[in-house]
Ligand binder design. Sequence first.
Ligand SMILES: Nc1ncnc2c1ncn2[C@@H]1O[C@H](COP(=O)(O)OP(=O)(O)OP(=O)(O)O)[C@@H](O)[C@H]1O
Length: 238
Amino acid sequence: MPELSVEVSFSYGRKRILEGASFSARKGELLSIIGPNGAGKSTLLKCIVGILRPTGRVSYDGVDLLALKPRERACYVAYVPQSSFPEFAFTVEEFVEMGTYATGGDVRDALERVGLWERRGELITRLSGGEYQLALIARALAQGSDVLLLDEPTSHLDVNHAVSIMELLEELKEEKVVVTVLHDLNLALQYSDRIVILREGRVFWEGRREELEENVLGAVYGIPLRIREVEGRLVVVP
Ligand SMILES: Nc1ncnc2c1ncn2[C@@H]1O[C@H](COP(=O)(O)OP(=O)(O)OP(=O)(O)O)[C@@H](O)[C@H]1O
């Protein structure tokens, strides 16, 4: 099965941010990257999508993504950045169309997947935070790539919208390699098939969610954390 395979190092000037951070991901499993503030999670995604130029290796299905031109790389990887307020008053449809620039993907399908097709004529500046997050995901889906990277897609969202985003990712993992940075440990434990914990630019722990132990979380975040099972679901209690 095609696999996203990553092993990268990256520095801002003299400041080492990623040090041989490595993981692999494939379709059929939702992979979450968690870890404390400043661990390098966003930097790792930016290296994979090619916004930053790391040393090391990023490949998908044997193709060296770091060697490709941006437009070629866009055929393989789409990226949903941390949500910020939109700069321009495009309509929802125009905004999502931007995702098709490199690959000529399907705008209607992308908008339908996130439930915004009926609202395609509205201005994105008038959407709520949760709806705008969906538009960002639709723009990435319209790229039609096999790999989807998301940077904290549930931050600033209420629990209802956060759950809908995670359910959408659960659906998408069947057809794409889905890798998401998450801060919410409970969402990570509930929805991820595999978890990668990044700490000080390295992978500190990686495994299936049910293998994650309290002492690992405690060591990473620096406070005692309990993992409890509530109605068959794992929850983290400070
Ligand atoms: N443009 C930049 N120039 C210099 N240092 C930077 C720059 N962007 C980020 N950093 C530093 O890189 C480190 C990793 O940042 P990054 O945003 O990848 O962490 P993160 O794990 O995503 O954090 P958070 O959970 O707070 O979003 C931080 O120490 C940050 O200060």
